[in-house]
Design a protein around this ligand. Structure first.
Ligand code: FAD
Ligand code: SIN
Length: 541
């Protein structure tokens, strides 16, 4: 089964949907999304979008805060570009009908404060900003006749010249993407989608870790499929651990927004004592995430505790409840805890992938006709540590930039060659799914234990040895077993785990989110850790 479209978008989060609405003015848009339309990290975003809207703030302040958080590795041009385009893309969301929270008295938009920000600049919809954005974007896409959204469609490999001509004529420096192989999980069939332009907007890879704030969809598919096709990726060692997810064993992880600390919440150990002054004397509980997550990790290890507390009991009760209704409800539901009376138990969890597919500020990758935006991309904005609430902003600005780049192209000159149908020859459905679920558990546990908040050379070596074994098992399984979403996802999870560890091993220093006890200092030379499969040692491929 083969389908043709002008723009193929992989993913229906903020990046994919925003681009779709713009591209629909120029041609036919097909969005493939692997679960329900709204299932995305976007849908769970809480704090909001960082942008300069207050007269007390400035672009210079936002740029400086972003560069400071990024620990020397941000690309200043990317930071300038994204920060300066912020107010305009927020205006577009407002025009689309997104309801951001306003201050009671002035009627101005309420601007929250989060870690690492010198000013209040986070525009939000109470504490469910992402849900409100997804609602507005999906509703606009649903009523647009040029946009088709296909749910339960999982893209698992990109179509390139390699599939057309084979290895012999393949030139790794001149690759073009023509579409994707997509698994229709409802009908258990592989479909070929051919397109003039392909936009990867498939989000992050938090699910590589045992504990994560990310939803089920975040299995790193975009980075894995792009890397397999020959895209360059970078900085994958910089997995951001959010300092405060609710400690509620046996329940899916739930985020306690950084905006709660911005509102005055204070971190304390189990004996009720504050500790952040030891790690960040000036910013304390509102220091950037890498510092807070490491501080919590150190206190937990030192004291043998399972969690620390986030205390908001000293804050005005009604106002705190009104500002964080979603968090209040979840604490009640999961722990029967009233946060106006009791402290909230919290732990760090994997949250955001700062690295990704390398793109320029037009969203272009090193593969022709393949663009990437949102969490899957590495534009240079985040460097070694993302500043809170900068990622929704980046997704909005870059999806618009891609559209502006493609707006002037003459679609008629881009061909969509035909590709052979997917063949299942030689595969069987006899294998037990427990083999996959066991591999998934192994990957998550080893990444949490060996490639977590604090790393060492020994832990990375151990991780790499085990990853090599699992990679081989998954590859063998993939070659002889009929497709399923689980199989396709474990293939991507192990590919991402491998890439994270290889990036972490390249970084012989501690910078931002990559903390290695064997290299406690920063190198003088500041470098991205770039991986390209054509440079990789064959033992790991
Ligand atoms: P996503 O929103 O994750 O969308 C990815 C889409 O791709 C999904 O539709 C998914 O189903 C689809 N997909 C994935 N793989 C495939 C495949 N193989 N085939 C087809 N479809 C696929 N950032 C902020 O700036 N502010 C915040 O307040 C904030 N809060 C957050 C709270 C939580 C709990 C989490 C998890 C993240 C938060 N972040 C926040 C980060 C931010 O939400 C994400 O980085 C951002 O939403 C990513 O948007 P995206 O469009 O790139 O990806
Ligand atoms: C949060 O609300 O703490 C998440 C913000 C973010 O990840 O940017």
């Amino acid at each position: 089964m083969s389908f043709e479209t002008d723009f193929l978008i992989i993913g229906s989060g903020i990046a994919g949907l925003t681009f779709a609405l713009k591209a629909s003015t120029k041609g036919k848009v097909t969005i493939v999304t692997k679960k329900r339309k709204k299932e995305s990290s976007t849908n769970y975003a809480q704090g909001g979008i960082a942008t300069v809207l207050s007269p007390l703030d400035s672009f210079e302040n936002h740029v400086k805060d972003t560069l400071d958080a990024g620990a020397g590795l941000c690309d200043k041009k990317a930071v300038d570009f994204i920060v300066k385009n912020g107010p305009e893309v927020i205006e577009e969301l407002i025009n689309l009908g997104v309801n951001f929270t306003k201050e009671k008295n002035s009627g101005n938009y309420d601007l929250g404060r989060e870690g690492g920000h010198s000013h209040s600049r986070v525009i939000h919809s109470q504490d469910f900003t992402g849900k409100e954005i997804e609602r507005a974007l999906i509703s606009a896409c649903n009523s647009n006749s040029n946009i088709k959204i296909l749910e339960n469609h999982l893209a698992f490999d990109l179509l390139t010249d390699y599939h057309l001509h084979g290895a012999k004529e393949f030139d790794k420096n001149n690759i073009t993407c023509y579409g994707a192989y997509v698994w229709d999980s409802k009908n258990s069939v592989v479909k070929i989608f051919r397109a003039k332009f392909i936009i990867l907007a498939s989000g992050g890879m938090g699910k590589v870790y045992l504990h994560t704030t990310n939803p089920e969809i975040a299995t790193g598919d975009g980075v894995a499929i792009a890397y397999r096709a020959g895209a360059k990726v970078a900085n994958l060692e910089f997995m951001q651990f959010h300092p405060t997810s609710l400690y509620a064993p046996n329940h899916p992880t739930f985020l306690i927004s950084e905006a709660v600390r911005g509102f005055g919440g204070i971190l304390k150990t189990a004996d009720g004592k504050t500790f952040m002054e030891k790690y960040s004397p000036t910013q304390k509980s509102l220091a950037p995430r890498d510092i807070v997550a490491r501080a919590i990790d150190a206190e937990l290890k030192k004291r043998g505790d399972e969690f620390v507390y986030l205390d908001v009991t000293h804050l005005p009760k009604d106002e705190t409840k009104r500002t964080f209704p979603n968090i209040y409800k979840k604490c009640k539901e999961l722990l029967n805890l009233d946060f106006t009376k009791e402290k909230i138990p919290v732990v760090p969890s994997a949250h955001y992938q700062c690295g990704g597919i390398i793109t320029n500020l037009k969203g272009e990758t090193n593969i022709k006709r393949l663009y990437a935006c949102g969490e899957v991309a590495c534009t240079g904005l985040h460097g070694a540590n993302r500043l809170a609430s900068n990622s929704l902003l980046e997704a909005l600005v870059l999806s618009k930039a891609i559209y502006q780049e493609l707006e002037t192209k003459n679609l008629a000159v881009f061909n969509c060659p035909t590709f052979p149908e997917w063949s299942e020859e030689g595969t069987t459905s006899g294998e037990e799914l427990v083999l996959i679920s066991h591999n998934i558990k192994e990957i998550k546990t080893l990444m949490w234990d060996y490639v977590g908040i604090v790393r060492s050379n020994l832990k990375l070596e151990r991780a790499q040895k085990r990853i090599k074994l699992i990679k081989k098992e998954v590859k063998d399984f993939y070659n002889k077993t009929k497709l399923s979403s689980e199989l396709l996802e474990v293939r991507n999870l192990i590919a991402c785990a491998d890439l994270i560890v290889r990036c972490a091993k390249m970084r012989t220093e501690s910078r931002g989110l990559n903390f290695n006890i064997d290299f406690p200092n920063q190198n003088e030379k500041i470098e991205d850790s770039v991986l390209w499969r054509f440079d990789a040692p064959s033992t790991l491929e």
